[in-house]
Design a protein around this ligand. Structure first.
Ligand code: AMP
Length: 597
């Protein structure tokens, strides 16, 4: 199947029928993944034909060539920093074709939880179309296993503040740009998963008030709700932790048919007034259910008796929330949503029956051109690249989409329809297998999220495992690590790791001291262990922070223009993230040093 026919089928399918033809979507996907190498070639050709006239590509001397070999020879690997001046000029209103043939008119703000501040990335119609293609693909596979019919979805989705750049372009988070696009709603209808909340709630000006109204809408439509979702799993956990605080107020609103006066914005009040009617029976039922639950176990299926599954990104930095999610969801299936970023989509979850811990993402070969830098020890082959007519630098040599090897880890490089060429996204993925000839990827971690002082290297995943291990000691006391982060403290000599924990309730010093020792012992990386033994790295420090500290961090990001939908707790706070470090340090109530080793 040619690329053209693949995408035109999808568009007409949505236009013509209300309900998505899932068999057709799967057929399309199968055909495309069987021919992944050609589809990649065609995709690159299309990207370069559409954008070859841009200033960026013109300057690299491609001269109209669109084959992968010329592309790799002429175009350097870049990071966001390299593209910043170009993107800034676009944001400042330069009307010429800078990165893309058709000028960019919308900017996305990445969540910025890694670097400490949101990044600008270009957004366009092509990116929107690939977003819908990913949604349709995973839905088609999901619906085969867990069909939903005429359902409503309780979706904890939020819009960020949309601002205007200096040049008058609209800037909002990528999810906001997607939710605001008229095609999004049609797609949700076609997937029978329309959000139960009105637009005023999704796009409301205050996320605390939006969240409250989402919960209220969910309860009003409780019988119809067939799935509970958010972009990232954190959004669901955050919502039900809030429910634990406000459930009685929600019941009172339902009983009286009047929205609490805490919801102050008129847009919420008028939208909710249309849905709220006095309903004492429903209020009594919810009150009874909540009062009978033990520690909120199984809350979600109790509240929403027809829910089929929970949906949201659950891998990577979301894994620490799975335990809590399972607690609320009891035996409901947890299905991880797809893999992508503000910069572009990568793969769809086509194995929805796998638990999130094993979730993989099959790459869609027509949504971008993908390359992979091998990360196996010494596998980074380097090539000389020509920059401005002189051999200036050495670059790692990536392999193509169909050349990756099962079991190996790679850093992923994206070339998109939205002006990013050979862009290092910074994510590490592992190839777990192939679907036809397209690889299935497991998300491993962000490459730069590493705790390191000298020869030690610990990823976000290593941190997560260490925290899980130590939290088990806590669990015996029935206490829970609500959230965590880390920092490398080089102000001491030698430097040491600092782990921040927010826990619920009071835990005795003895237990926390033991947790601290356990954390230190749980970093099993050889570099860390040997450095600790010779005191080249000092004893690990566990700092307990006040309840609500991570909420303050979230509020800080929201203040910067981030949206709850895309929020990812920063798991490692570096020097570029001073404000978050300050929030953490100001809220420390107790600290312990490890006596292990
Ligand atoms: P942003 O564009 O700022 O919302 O963040 C995109 C980043 O979120 C990606 O580069 C990944 O690091 C992470 N991410 C997105 N999707 C997934 C997924 N399915 N599993 C794990 N991490 C993900």
């Amino acid at each position: 199947m040619t690329l053209k026919s693949a995408s035109s089928v999808s568009v007409t399918m949505l236009k013509k029928m209300e309900i998505l033809d899932v068999d057709k979507v799967i057929e399309e996907f199968e055909a495309m993944t069987k021919d992944a190498e050609n589809v990649q070639r065609e995709t690159l050709k299309k990207i370069l034909e559409e954008n070859g006239c841009s200033e960026y590509l013109q300057n690299l001397g491609l001269n109209g060539r669109t084959d992968p070999e010329s592309f790799k020879a002429c175009v350097p690997l870049v990071t966001h920093k390299d593209l910043e001046p170009y993107i800034q000029r676009i944001a400042d209103g330069a009307s010429s074709s800078i990165l893309t043939g058709k000028p960019i008119t919308t900017i996305s703000l990445s969540s910025g939880t890694t670097q400490g501040k949101p990044k600008f990335v270009p957004f366009n119609d092509e990116l929107m179309e690939t977003t819908l293609q990913i949604y349709r693909t995973s839905y088609a596979f999901r619906n085969r296993e867990f069909p939903i019919e005429n359902g409503k979805a309780l979706q904890f989705i939020y819009s960020s503040k949309q601002s205007e750049t200096k040049g008058g372009l609209i800037a909002g988070t990528a999810t906001t740009n997607v939710f605001r696009n008229s095609q999004f709603k049609n797609a949700m209808i076609a997937m029978q998963s329309q959000c139960c909340s009105p637009d005023e709630v999704i796009f409301g000006p205050d996320f605390h008030q939006s969240l409250y109204c989402h919960l209220l809408c969910g309860l009003i439509f409780r019988e119809e709700i067939q799935l509970v979702s958010s972009t990232f799993a954190h959004g669901i956990v955050h919502a039900f932790r809030t429910f634990e605080q406000v459930w009685e107020e929600l019941c009172a609103d339902i009983r009286e048919g009047v929205l609490t006066s805490r919801i102050s914005f008129p847009s919420y009040r008028s939208a909710m007034a249309k849905l709220l009617k006095p309903n004492p029976e429903l209020a009594d039922l919810i009150h009874k259910k909540c009062s009978e639950l033990s520690n909120w176990y199984g809350l979600i299926p109790e509240l929403f008796p027809n829910v089929k599954y929970m949906y949201g990104i659950m891998t990577g930095s979301m894994e620490p929330y799975l335990k809590k999610l399972r607690h609320y969801a009891r035996d409901l299936p947890l299905i991880s949503a797809d893999y992508g970023s503000s910069e572009g989509w990568i793969g769809a979850n086509i194995n929805p029956t796998l638990p999130p811990e094993s979730a993989t993402y099959a790459v869609l070969p027509n949504i971008g051109y993908f390359e992979f830098i091998p990360l196996k020890e010494n596998a980074e082959e380097h090539v000389e690249v020509k920059v401005n007519d002189s051999f200036l630098s050495m670059e790692p040599k990536p392999v193509g989409l169909t050349e990756v090897k099962v079991g190996e880890e790679y850093e992923i490089i994206i070339t998109s329809f939205a002006g990013l060429y050979r862009y290092r996204l910074g994510d590490v993925v592992k190839v777990t297998g192939f679907h036809n000839s397209s690889p299935e990827l497991k998300f491993v971690c962000r490459r730069n999220l590493i705790l390191t002082i000298n020869i030690d290297k610990n990823t976000e995943k290593d941190l997560q495992l260490a925290v899980e291990q130590a939290a088990k000691l806590n669990a015996e006391e029935k206490l829970e690590v609500l959230d965590f982060s880390s920092h490398v403290d080089l102000s001491t000599d030698p430097g040491h790791y600092v782990i921040f924990w927010e826990i619920n309730g009071e835990v005795g010093d003895e237990v926390l001291k033991e947790c601290c020792n356990c954390l230190d012992r749980s970093f099993v990386d050889a570099g860390y262990v040997s450095s600790r033994k010779v005191n080249a790295i000092g004893p690990l420090e566990l700092r307990v922070v006040r309840r609500g500290t991570f909420q303050k961090i979230l509020d800080h990001y929201l203040g910067l223009g981030a949206a709850l939908s895309q929020f990812k707790t920063p798991r490692c706070v570096g020097p570029t993230n001073n404000k978050v470090l300050q929030i953490l340090c100001e809220n420390v109530t107790k600290s312990y040093f490890s006596t292990a080793f």
